[in-house]
Design a binder for this molecule. Structure first.
Ligand SMILES: Cc1cc2nc3c(=O)[nH]c(=O)nc-3n(C[C@H](O)[C@H](O)[C@H](O)COP(=O)(O)OP(=O)(O)OC[C@H]3O[C@@H](n4cnc5c(N)ncnc54)[C@H](O)[C@@H]3O)c2cc1C
Length: 358
């Protein structure tokens, strides 16, 4: 029979929860990770898997810093996994057409990318500017999640699926565990990684601090002779090549609550835009359509750190559009803070205190 007492309970088994659990277990602690459904089936499954922010220069500097550190850490994360599943990380480069927006210049974009060590070159594409980021990779995120889940048993981490956290167990201002649909589970430390559903599990967060942002996607299968060899992006729509020749197209950004409906109008718009961007797609078969809920936050920054007034409660959430890219860096930043180790990235901008009064 499995235990009900752990050192650390991680609530939510998406990319944030799975990478956090693995990073925390390295510190020799007994870790359980819970999910109310099946692990790895929400935003982290639905995402595109591009390991670099889109229009990276338009994000707050702390988002870019964490994403850039995540990009650097991916090879080591993948090499550390105990799984026969290949997450298919593929350095294809990313081409962004017409990247210069209002109030931006090529110089300002170059300076921001250089500050994050993101290699880039400017090119002309017809009459327009294009930006080429040669080192950008994508990962087949559903396979990455499977590989992470596969690694848990070898590390002694207990995964509990169909186990919903209904609330925290508190004792004299400290966290004492989690009340779940499988009964009370006890731990001195609890980490909330419940994605778009995290707000209600972090006491004191004002309503609207964390919320779902729907993104719709589709996958197409071009003819075998037509192979896309790079990520291409224009006006917010991107094409991602996968190793099997399929192409993933994304994405919408919709504030529609906890609703994962796929609507035909948005899908048609994405499809038409994708075909303009790479005409070979016009003949490709559409094999899948889906939507996922990104964990958005009110100031676009992740919530990563200790709760200011409940000892033992931590969070690693709010990855919004970059949660996959940031994941290895976010998990390490969490684990280093929990262990009192020096951090590679300044933790201050992500602290919960900015939204919760202590
Ligand atoms: C369409 C789309 C495209 C994207 N593209 C990219 C991209 O190319 N690159 C990139 O870096 N990022 C991308 N993202 C963003 C990225 O996917 C997210 O930021 C990231 O996956 C969030 O991970 P998470 O673990 O925080 O959340 P999730 O993956 O949503 O995981 C949260 C988990 O918590 C569980 N949970 C919720 N409530 C409870 C509870 N009460 N008890 C127990 N478990 C609970 C859920 O079941 C879920 O499994 C994209 C997202 C979408 C939707």
């Amino acid at each position: 029979m499995s235990s009900t007492r752990f050192d650390i309970i991680v609530v939510g088994a998406g990319i944030a929860g799975l990478t956090s659990a693995l990073a925390l277990q390295r510190d020799g602690t007994r870790v359980a990770v819970l999910d109310r459904h099946r692990a790895g089936t929400e935003a982290s499954w639905a995402g595109g898997g591009i390991l670099c922010p889109l229009y990276a220069w338009r994000y707050p500097a702390p988002v870019l810093a964490l994403a850039a550190e995540g990009m650097r850490r991916y090879p080591a994360l993948l090499a550390s996994l105990d799984s026969g599943i290949d997450p298919e990380r593929w350095v294809t480069g990313m081409e962004i057409l017409d990247p210069i927006g209002d109030d931006e210049t090529a110089e300002s974009i170059s300076a921001t990318l250089a500050s994050a060590d993101i290699a880039h070159q400017w090119r002309r594409q017809g009459n327009a500017d294009a930006l080429w980021l040669p080192e950008v990779a994508n990962v087949r995120n559903p396979y990455l999640l499977d590989a992470l889940i596969d690694t848990l048993p070898a590390r002694g981490i207990e995964l509990r699926e169909q186990c919903a956290a209904n609330g925290l167990l508190l004792n004299a201002g400290r966290v004492a565990g989690v009340a779940t649909s499988q009964g009370d589970l006890h731990a001195d430390r609890v980490v909330i990684t419940a994605g778009a559903w995290s707000e209600g599990l972090i006491p004191g967060l004002p309503t609207g601090s964390l919320f779902p942002v729907r993104g719709q996607m589709l996958r197409l299968e071009p003819r075998p002779e037509n192979q896309l060899d790079r990520i291409r992006m224009d006006d917010g729509v991107y094409l991602i090549p996968r190793r099997d020749g399929s192409v993933v197209v994304g994405s919408t950004v919709e504030y529609a609550g906890f609703d994962k409906t796929v609507d035909s109008e948005a899908q048609q718009r994405l499809h038409a835009h994708a075909c303009r961007l790479w005409p070979q797609l016009a003949e490709a078969r559409i094999t899948h359509r889906w939507a996922g809920l990104r964990p958005g936050s009110s100031d676009e920054l992740p919530l990563l750190g200790a709760h200011p007034s409940i000892a033992g409660l931590w969070a690693n959430t709010g990855g919004f559009r970059n949660g996959l890219a940031m994941a290895p860096a976010s998990a390490e930043l969490l684990a280093a803070q929990m262990a009192g180790r020096p951090t590679a990235v300044d933790p201050a901008p992500y602290r919960l205190e900015r939204l919760i009064e202590g």
